[in-house]
Design a protein around this ligand. Sequence first.
Ligand code: NDP
Length: 451
Amino acid sequence: MAVTDHVDLNGFMEGVKKRNPHQPEFVQAVQEVAEDIFEFIEDKEEYHSAQILRRIAEPDRVVSFRVCWEDDNGNIRVQRGWRVQNNNAIGPYKGGIRFHPSVTESVLKFLAFEQTFKNALTGLPMGGGKGGSNFNPKGKSVREIMRFCQSFMTELYRHIGADVDVPAGDIGVGGREIGYMFGQYKRITNHFTGVLTGKGLEWGGSLIRTEATGYGAVYFLENMLATKGDTLEGKTAVISGSGNVATHAAEKIVQLGGKVLTLSDSGGFIHDPDGIDQEKIDWVKTHKTHRRGRIEEYVDAFPGATFHAGKTPWGVPCDVALPCATQNELLGEDAKTLVANGCRAVSEGANMPTDLDGVHTFKHHKILYAPGKASNAGGVAVSGLEMSQNSARRSWSEEELQQMLKDIMAGIHQRCLTYGDQGGGYIDYVKGANIAGFKKVADAMLAFGVV
Ligand code: NDP
C-alpha cells in the first residue's frame, strides 16, 4: 500500500474518538502524541503499515473489577477498580495506582498511554500501565483505608507480578497504602517479590523514591535553563499541588537557590511572598501527609501568606512554573497569563496538567516547556531502580541513587533534543519526547511482528 493511502491525522483521531466515546482525557492524550507522530512517520512506511500508533493507542487489556469493603459503621461500600495494561513491548507493565473520586476508565487509559512513552524515555526496560479506583480516601479512618487497600489487592493480585506488571503510588496512594497492598499481596501469594514499588525502606523500598518525581522535575528544569546559559539561582517559582510531587519539587527549587511562592490543593492556593522555605515545606509535608489537613491552614501557621479559595496559582508572576497537582489544571488562558507575566520555563510534575490550548500557547511563544512524560519521569525511573535492587536483592546508597536520577533526567533531556531541536535556539520538548518515546516502543513492536 502506498504511503498516500494511509489515514491522515484527522482520520486517525476520528477513529480514536469513535472507538472511545465518553473518554475525553484519553482522546486528548492520544491527540497530543499523534500530532507529532504523524509528522514523524510521514515518510516511514514500516510504522504506517504495521499500524504502530493505532496499536499503542489500544491498551493490551483493561481489567475492571468490583471492590467491596466495610466502613467503620458496618455499611457495605462498593467501588470500581481498574488496571490498564497499555503496552509491554519493552518491559513489564509499570505505572502507579490512583485513588480519587475523579478516577474513570478514561483517566486511567490516558495515564497508561502517557506512561508507555514516559517509561521508554527513561532508557529503562519498563512498559506502560496504570490503575486505580474511584475510592475517595479523604475523611476515611486508617482502618477503612486498610480494609479498602486489602480488598483492592484481593482482586488485583492475579493480574500483576514482578515480571508482569509492577504498580506504584500516585494521587491518593502513598507509602501507607503501598504497605497495606503489599501486605495483602504477600498474604495471598506467599511471595516476597518486587511486585510493587514505593515500598518502605525496611521491606524492599529504595532510597529517594519518595523524592524522585519532584526532584527529577526540577533537574529537568535545570537542564532546560542550561540550554539558555541560565540557572535556578534567584528565580521565582509558582507550584500547584501540595502532595508528594509538589513538596519535593519545592524542596529542590529551594536547595538550588530559587524562591517558591505558591502551593495549592483542591480547595485553592496559598501565596507566600516571603518564599516557602524548607521549614515551611516540612510543615506542609507533615500537615498534608500526617495530619491530612488542608493547604488553607498554612496562612494561620505563616502570617503574611494569603489563601485564594477555588483558584489556581497561575496568575502570580513568576520566572518558572511547575504544575504538580492533576490533569487539566492549567488551561489556555492560564498559559497566556503565565507568558504575559514573563514566565520563562514550565516543567510539569503532574501528568497532562496543561490542556491542548495551553500546550499550543507555550509552543507558539517558544518558551521552555517540558511535558510531564519527560519531566516527571524521575519517579518511575527510581521505581525502575527499585525493581533492579529487588531482583538483585541489594540496595544502593543515597549518593549512588541521587547521581543515577540526575543522569537519567539528563539522558531524557538529551533524547528530547534529538527529535525536538527545531533550530534557532528553540527546542520543542513535546515533539522530542513524543518521538523518542514512540520510536523505542515502535521498534520493539516491529521486531515482534503482528502480536
Ligand atoms: P498526592 O496525592 O500526593 O498529591 C496530589 C495533590 O494534587 C494534592 O495537593 C491534591 O489536593 C491535588 N489535587 C488532586 N486532585 C486535584 C484536583 N482535581 N484539583 C486540584 N488539586 C488536586 O499525589 P502526587 O503528588 O503523587 O501526584 C500529583 C501529580 O503527579 C499527579 O498528576 C500524578 O499522576 C503525577 N505523578 C506522580 C508521581 C509520583 O511518583 N507520585 C510520578 C509521576 C507523576 P487535595 O489534597 O485537595 O486532594
